[in-house]
Design a protein around this ligand. Structure first.
Ligand code: NDP
Ligand code: 2IT
Length: 408
């Protein structure tokens, strides 16, 4: 049996009921197979693939917290420190009811390769909890975040492991995490990124993932003799990544016409209005039905459907496995020429293969969404030298990093 198949089988047997982790490993090992096969015996003796697919350390803990009615809740907390070979573990914290150990392992596995691609000295990690932030008061979110750090603070630090945001975690949650860490450890250090500007955050970090996605998409089109200006863009998601992808799409002369949240999606023939989207999702924390009310020309649909819209470029920016084979077929039938992954593993393996067979340009998430963690690494640098760089300085480094990633 080929070494790559042997290791994939081992990963599946040793990690039962973790389909997302199997999927992420399969994608990477299949891609590496031509390289591995040239030197199979050497890599087997050195257990290269085992070392790539078994995390260095997994921390699992109980997170008890009290709601506004006095009811006690208990959630599961995780931090997977997957690979620290090139720097401190780095990767976000996800708060979503779908979080489990397999999801954490897939994300931290992906993070290892993504972080390496940035060219910056950061290892791969990821953490999170099955806590559902939807509908919780600020005080309940704070209670959860402080309890989460009461355990996690022992395992993180500016030179060991530096968490950040992901689904369900933005500047508010990072603020609660950082504040609790500072109380417990008594040190002010760059232990989180995505912080507020007044206590060590970096300009352009909120925009970085979405902007970076558009910079690499632009570079990829340019390398293929195409221009992003004038293109129609379908975006899924309505959170951090989607919002700033939509903003940068406009700035580059393209027209983003869709967005979505966990209950429905918007088609706006005039293009998605960024200010309205921010007001609805970031300020009011409401559903996209509020966007439709504010923009009478737009259409709101329940459920899933962004990929049925005619577009030149598709940017999945919500979550894993949100673009399946039937979606890929609909995109190709409508003339879509490029799919670039803003989310982590949004495209299923069969959909990815189909898109590539059909000649659709495909930029995988490990490259396409690396702008967020790249600017996180720049935030770590700024914290270390106790200085803050201008928006333009950070943004121009982000552009250069995304161009380099494309060519690498
Ligand atoms: P947010 O929480 O800000 O936004 C997530 C968006 O996706 C929300 O609009 C959410 O809907 C929607 N969504 C739809 N279906 C689901 C689902 N099943 N599970 C979770 N969300 C869903 O997260 P981000 O924008 O930060 O993250 C989006 C993706 O990008 C994730 O895959 C993340 O790992 C990846 N990523 C994020 C980076 C970052 O810097 N933040 C960096 C690189 C990748 P609703 O509004 O209803 O909750
Ligand atoms: O998936 C990701 O790259 C992130 N959620 C960002 C991680 C980070 O440390 O900024």
């Amino acid at each position: 049996m080929r070494y790559v198949d042997e290791v994939l089988q081992q990963v599946i047997t040793q990690n039962p009921a973790q389909p997302e982790f199997h999927q992420a490993v399969q994608e990477v090992l299949e891609t590496l197979a031509p390289v591995i096969e040239k030197n199979e015996e050497l890599y087997r003796r050195e257990a290269l693939l085992e070392r790539l697919t078994v995390p260095e350390r997994i921390i699992m803990f109980r997170v008890p917290w009290v709601d506004d009615q006095g009811q006690v809740h208990v959630n599961n907390g995780y931090r997977v420190q997957f690979n620290g070979a090139i720097g401190p573990y780095k990767g976000g914290i996800r708060l979503h009811p779908s979080v489990n150990l397999g999801v954490m392992k897939f994300l931290s596995f992906e993070q290892t390769f993504k972080n390496s691609l940035t060219g910056l000295p950061i290892g791969g990690g990821k953490g999170g909890s099955d806590f559902d932030p939807k509908g919780k008061s600020d005080r309940e979110i704070m209670a959860f975040c402080q309890s989460f750090i009461n355990e996690l603070y022992k395992y993180i630090g500016a030179d060991t492991d530096v968490p950040a945001g992901d689904i369900g975690v933005g500047a508010r949650e990072v603020g609660y995490f950082f504040g609790q860490y500072r109380r417990l450890k008594g040190v002010f250090e760059g232990v989180f990124t995505g912080k507020g500007l007044s206590y060590g955050g970096s300009l352009a970090r909120p925009q970085a993932t979405g902007y970076g996605l558009l910079y690499i998409t632009q570079e990829m089109l340019k390398a293929n003799g195409q221009d992003i200006a004038g293109k129609t863009v379908a975006v899924s998601g309505a959170g951090n990544v989607a919002t700033y992808a939509i903003e940068k799409a406009w700035q580059l002369g393209a027209k983003p016409v869709t967005c979505s949240d966990s209950t429905g999606w918007i088609y706006d023939p005039d293009g998605i209005d960024v200010a309205t989207l921010i007001e609805v999702k970031q300020v009011k924390r409401a559903r996209l039905t509020e966007y439709a009310k504010a923009r009478p020309n737009s259409q709101y649909h329940e459920g899933k459907g962004v990929w049925t819209v005619k577009c030149d470029i598709a940017l999945p920016c919500a979550t894993q496995n949100e673009l399946l084979l039937e979606d890929a077929k609909a995109l190709v039938a409508n003339g879509c020429m490029a799919v670039c992954e803003g989310a982590n593993m949004p495209t299923s393996l069969d959909a990815t293969k189909y898109l590539q067979q059909q000649g659709v340009y495909f930029v995988p998430g490990k490259a396409a969404n690396a702008g967020g963690v790249a600017v996180s690494a720049l935030e770590m640098s700024q914290n270390s030298e106790r200085l803050s760089w201008s928006f333009e300085q950070v943004d121009s480094q982000l552009q250069q990093i995304m161009v380099n990633i494309f060519h690498n």
